[in-house]
Design a binder for this molecule. Sequence first.
Ligand SMILES: [Zn+2]
Length: 196
Amino acid sequence: MRLSRIIELNPYLQSFLYIIGGDIAIYVGMELLNSESKDITDEDITENIKEHIEGTDIDFEPDDTEILKLNTVRKTLYKLYSEKLAQFRRIRDKSTGWFIYYWWHEFDLLEEIILEKKKLIESKLRDRLEFEQNNYFFICINCEDSNIKYNFEEAFELNFRCPNCGGSLEAQDNQAIIEFLKNKIVLNENTKIAID
Ligand SMILES: [Zn+2]
């Protein structure tokens, strides 16, 4: 029953959760969605997921006999928290003195978060493009695999000689990189985000 709800999960949210923390993040995200009316503890999330996957071949802890550890769920929740997709409050248990963590999701912020990431990617690509357009590089033909690039000043200082092998440094054509970056920028711009 719950599994079918996973399929209903917004595909953007689902893939975003997966990128953040793999399959377990999707399960944790579902639990947060299922307890929308009431904040849920990390212990309850763990128990609920264990119930759902019991009897299936899903095992989040392949290295030992447990199928899911509280610690795995906690780590996943913190990943969601650091991506601004989850929040918590903590209350000290008077009898044990331990903190109890109550969690809820912030999935409504997803669109904003994705747009922010898109902008970040775009500015990185544009910076890189500008850099490539304003700089051309010298590489050693003998050491080409080493990926060491020298800008004009550096190459000049080295007398256009490779410091590794003494081979001659030659100007590299970065037109292919520039084309690649331009295509990436267009692709990024055209990525549509549709979140209902
Ligand atoms: Zn060299």
